[in-house]
Design a protein around this ligand. Sequence first.
Ligand SMILES: CC(C)(COP(=O)(O)OP(=O)(O)OC[C@H]1O[C@@H](n2cnc3c(N)ncnc32)[C@H](O)[C@@H]1OP(=O)(O)O)[C@@H](O)C(=O)NCCC(=O)NCCS
Length: 216
Amino acid sequence: MDYVRDDLTALYPWFGLRVAHAGLVLTPPTDVELLELAALVGEPGGVLAPGQEHFVTWRTGDADAARAWLERSWAWRRAPDDGWLVPFAALEAGRVVGHATLGRGAGPGEAWTTSWVGRADQGRGLGRRVRLMLLELAFGPLGVTRAVTSAAEDNGASLWVSQRCGYRETERRRHPDGTPEVHLAVTPGAWRRRRLDGVVVEGVEPFLAAISPGSR
Ligand SMILES: CC(C)(COP(=O)(O)OP(=O)(O)OC[C@H]1O[C@@H](n2cnc3c(N)ncnc32)[C@H](O)[C@@H]1OP(=O)(O)O)[C@@H](O)C(=O)NCCC(=O)NCCS
């Protein structure tokens, strides 16, 4: 499969971004990996336990959800005019275990993240590592100075991951769908104390060269 990624990277350097740590790799998904992610999204309980549907703003648990996930993922491949947005498959020993996004935020030097881990793989520390790996890319070569995220007030695992990565609560407000949310932010100084050892980041220079200077 690597030749597909190599060929894609030559035309669209975004596919060459890669963050690796101890057998876990974040890299933009090819369609093969998107199909695996869509299978998790479409499986009843594949991502969320019953009653947790409000933890995310997208649909899960049936074929329509899987199809919508593909459409959403294909749309993410179109670089936004006024910034950058990179979706990542999380691969453990080559197996798709979850998904994350890193995007340019509204404020100067700001980036936002989202992430989910397939339910069968939750609770093994992957969520925390994925977040710290995203921050390694953001606060390192991308030069981000503040990362933000949000979670439903009762999403204990997500909030715990954020706190363990050094985030502090900034505000509480309702999502337009009515869900009460906690918003959080982290700076490089707070993250550095929780940083993972041995994260390897690749492919940033061609990515930065490909996005317009005004987008950084
Ligand atoms: C949030 C999510 C990404 C975390 O990933 P994960 O791999 O399960 O997380 P980790 O194993 O790294 O850590 C989870 C931590 O939360 C803790 N935790 C789990 N449920 C908790 C709860 N209800 N209250 C408090 N802490 C909780 C765990 O004990 C663990 O802490 P530890 O590292 O000290 O042992 C994952 O649970 C997920 O995908 N959930 C569904 C989708 C989702 O909610 N995405 C985020 C939307 S904002």
